[in-house]
Design a protein around this ligand. Sequence first.
Ligand SMILES: O=C(O)CCC(=O)C(=O)O
Length: 310
Amino acid sequence: MNSFRKPLQPLTSNGYTLSSALNRLGPLNSSQSDLTIEEYKRLFQLQGYLWIKGFFERKEVLELRKRFFESYRDSGLLPFDSNPQEGLFSGNAETELNQKILMEFVRTAAYESFCLHPKLWQFYDNFFGSPSYLHKRKIIRYKTPNVLNQLLKTHPATTPAHYDLIYLRGGNDTVVSSWIPLGDTPIEMGGLVYLEGSDLLGRKMEADFTAQHQNLSPEERISAYNKNMIEGGWVGKDLEAMAEQFDTRWLVADYEAGDIVFHSPYMIHAATNNIDANGRIRLSTDIRYQSIREEIDVRWGNHWTLEDML
Ligand SMILES: O=C(O)CCC(=O)C(=O)O
């Protein structure tokens, strides 16, 4: 079990506060990087996730961070004369140009080859016991620090609580997600938080969904935006209330460049706002692998776009 560093300020998410005073926060459990694949599988089954520190070379990850922010050099996202690898935020408003650069970056060979890092696909080959497949829809997200928003007491949107199968119902539940922080991401920078023990909860929610929504057409049943889901397929936005409701905790972590988290498609997770006092942008990618022999959700066979409604 890791030691637990409480956040320097209360975490917020979509307008709600997640207080550390109520014992609803706990430490994400990291696993050593030299376990056998059988030990990893056992832990994954037990916890619903695996956080492996130092999985990648730190410098490879920082190189990708640098490359990403270099592509924003003239966009106004970063302060004019700053070092792109730091990924400092200028405070300027979001623009269409920023989104265009993002949509270009997800198609670059450099990003794609990082997602196909031999260490990663070999890990998955061993994990699945068969050749693995990388879903083409790969997401890279940057989240600006909201110092200004805090002053103004406004809360920008961040990833609400969900489990991934909601978005991948056209395939099957053997899919595994990898969340990779692209740069050091202390708790305050709003990396993923996981609802402890929620793999079981997600399974139950999914079974209930299947039982209750037989009336939906096949297309609607696999859509996270079907008429029976709450907006966007989210399980909830008030993280503290969820932890109370299910009598559990949100597991938080100080992630570092080189780390990876694998999570099951039932594991409930969310992100909190980036409140980094140093003004750094949180950059991360989330990608999905599956055994080549399993049923793949064909809707994930295209590059990610901001409008793809998946
Ligand atoms: O990084 C985020 O904000 C969300 C990532 C996510 O939901 C995932 O990795 O499945």
